[in-house]
Design a protein around this ligand. Structure first.
Ligand code: ASN
Length: 327
């Protein structure tokens, strides 16, 4: 691996270097990206608060976390488990279980900025789109429908772009992103995964992202037990938002809340029930309420905004699969 222009080069792909190895010029670019990150987070969190969401702090260790299975996109090399106080806990893969429980029992509209630890396969360092540690802006709304969430996200993305064009013009121009970052027309377009598979084949995600010019939705994607599935039609009531040229930045769904359906899906997917004891107990007691929500990859969003070649560039301390730096 050789060093070149702010990055280690591996094959065709540049892998972002740690801070202490950056040149003066590279430090300046990183600093501007950090300002875009600050403005993005500041704007997004304000939008959630304005829309009546409560801000939850994240958790790291829990007995239950996202199984991330079965999900055709998942490629976890290792799952981190640790024993504390005689109990087995896992680091957060996503706060999906916490969101469902908290929105059912306590706070109907919530969001969190949550560190997710996903030890991706090391070959994913070359996608420029994966990290082994990232931050998810995760949110959930009790009694919401999929269209409620999709309409909310449509406006969130459009308002963010408007905000940055007005309040971060110099930074975007420096990064050569200003002219590329257009305000999208709403509603964002919606595509069905079945049609995309028919048109582009198994690798539809990669072809799709090259064929869109504005962020666009894909719905009806088979995946984890907590996404709502209509057993009579086989349709999934879920949605992913894709960014042109980059890929999936947000995924979410209406949730399953009925005990019998959750159990049936866990059995079908070989999910270990003992890892979801509390969720199952609450569902059996009828305490899980219908909800919908989604999680937005913060670094992915900023990577697209600033036009980075590799997502590790938008992290101050890059967490690139297979590359463990000091910090
Ligand atoms: N945050 C996602 C959701 O709300 C789940 C995930 O990250 N796997 O559906």
């Amino acid at each position: 691996m050789q060093s070149e222009r702010g990055a280690y080069v591996q094959g065709e792909t540049c892998l972002p270097k740690p801070l202490e190895h950056l040149s003066k010029e590279e430090i300046e670019r990183k600093r501007v990206i950090a300002t875009i990150m600050t403005k993005t987070l500041s704007h997004l969190t304000q939008e959630y608060i304005k829309n009546g969401f409560e801000w939850l702090l994240p958790v790291i260790f829990s007995k239950s976390t996202d199984p991330l299975w079965p999900d055709p996109g998942a490629s976890i090399e290792k799952r981190i488990e640790a024993e504390i106080y005689g109990e087995m806990v896992r680091t957060t893969l996503s706060m999906i279980v916490h969101k469902i429980v908290a929105s059912s029992l306590l706070i109907p509209k919530l969001f969190t900025l949550s560190p997710n630890v996903r030890i991706e396969r090391r070959d994913r360092c070359l996608t420029g789109w994966h990290l082994y540690e990232f931050t998810q802006l995760d949110f959930e709304v009790r009694e919401a429908t999929s269209s409620d969430i999709m309409n909310f996200v449509d406006k969130l993305i459009k308002n963010l772009i408007l905000y940055l064009r007005n309040n971060a013009k110099d930074e975007l121009e420096y990064l050569e992103s200003y002219n590329r970052l257009n305000v999208p027309d709403l509603p964002l377009k919606v595509f069905d995964r079945i049609d995309l598979e028919e048109k582009y084949g198994k690798d539809w995600e990669n072809v799709f992202k090259e064929n869109i010019r504005e962020p666009a939705w894909v719905v009806n994607i088979p995946r984890e037990f907590y996404d709502y599935e209509d057993f009579s039609t086989g349709r999934w009531d879920n949605y992913d938002l894709f960014l042109p040229k980059y890929g999936e930045v947000l995924s979410g769904s209406r949730r399953e809340w009925e005990y019998s359906k959750i159990i049936r899906k866990m059995e079908r997917d070989n999910i270990r029930r003992e890892n979801f004891t509390l969720l199952l107990k609450l569902a059996r007691e009828g305490k899980i309420k219908p909800s919908a929500g989604a999680g937005l990859g913060v670094e992915r969003l900023v990577c697209w905004i600033v036009g980075s070649k590799h997502i590790g560039e938008v992290q101050i301390f890059p967490k690139i699969p297979g590359l463990v730096y000091d910090l």
